[in-house]
Design a protein around this ligand. Structure first.
Ligand code: GDP
Ligand code: MG
Ligand code: ZN
Length: 286
């Protein structure tokens, strides 16, 4: 039979097919390298011996968290406690654009803001450049987020304490995922690892991934990197130079747009930081 791997714990895989779960081991070849089977994989299983005999080609895969075939990734960011981290948001957006992973933004804890104007400007900006954005803490977006999940394999990514598990529990009370008091969530050691598991929500699947405090840029050339900032990519034709990287070039449309306020200045600041980081990485490779 063919099934979907929804859980992997110490060499045992839960494979979902037609409403049933089968606990399987991979056949010898795969056992040698555990990472050869990932949560999200579609696999062929020999039901008699309960072994995974083949992994079907993946449409994408992440290394940490180890998950394959994601249709959508929700980037969960609290607006307070912890403060909105636009640097991490821009980094994740850029990296997931590169992986072609369809990022969707969820801003949480909007109820904690006394003055939401500044936040609304930021949230509108990301919406206007083409990202689906939702916000929670006032109860408005739940049904819409649920609809986004329907029919897709999704993951919730974001720092510890932003409210990923809380959201998933709101969607389905039977999940009963452990949520952390904020102080504990922030103070928790970096090395706490938890397994990834796909949870069934309607006819979709969601993974509550362990915290995404940092993520490394993949090996990426500068021009491709510049294209992972959507609105920069859209406006690049107005730059004087073909292949403008929007850093030192004269007559750069992006820099003008930052000046006149049509590009969010934090976006450009973060772009420059990542640009330098990637350049450094490239240098260190030789
Ligand atoms: N005020 C407020 N608190 C929230 C909201 N969502 C989550 N929290 C709290 O934030 C803390 C961390 O939540 P948790 O779901 O464990 O975060 P995770 O580490 O991202 O899974 C918990 O104390 C939650 O009760 C929200 O929308 N508003
Ligand atoms: Mg959690
Ligand atoms: Zn430019």
């Amino acid at each position: 039979m063919q099934g979907l791997v929804i859980k992997a714990i110490s060499g045992e895989y839960s494979v979902f097919n037609d409403g049933k779960l089968l606990t399987c081991k991979p056949k010898g070849l795969f056992r040698l390298r555990e990472e050869l089977v990932k949560v999200g994989d579609r696999v062929i299983v020999d039901e008699k011996t309960k072994t995974i005999i083949a992994v079907l080609p993946r449409k994408n895969e992440l290394i940490r968290p180890a998950v394959a075939n994601l249709d959508k990734i929700f980037l969960v960011f609290s607006v307070k406690e912890p403060d909105l981290n636009l640097n991490l948001l821009d980094r994740l957006l850029s990296i997931f654009e590169y992986y072609d992973l369809h990022p969707i933004i969820v801003f949480t804890k909007v109820d904690l803001l006394e003055n939401p104007e500044e936040f609304l400007k930021i949230s509108d900006y990301y919406h206007q450049i083409g990202y689906a954005t939702y916000s929670t803490g006032h109860g408005l977006s739940f049904e819409l987020i649920k609809q986004e999940i329907s029919g897709s394999i999704c993951a919730f990514a974001g720092q510890s304490g932003v409210g990923k598990s809380t959201l998933l529990n709101w969607f389905d009370g039977s999940f009963q995922i452990k949520t952390d008091a904020i102080s504990q969530a922030l103070g928790r050691g970096k090395h706490t690892t938890r397994h990834v598991e796909l949870l069934k929500l309607g006819d979709g699947w969601v993974a509550d991934t362990p915290g995404f405090g940092t993520i490394e840029y993949p090996n990426i050339d500068m021009l491709t990197f510049s294209q992972t900032f959507r609105e920069f990519f859209a406006a690049r034709k107005d730059c004087q130079f073909n292949k403008c990287l929007h850093v030192d070039e004269p007559d750069c449309a992006i820099k003008k747009m930052v000046k006149d306020g049509s590009i969010l200045s934090s976006r450009y600041d973060n772009y420059l930081l990542f640009y330098k980081e990637i350049k450094e990485n490239l240098k260190n490779q030789y």
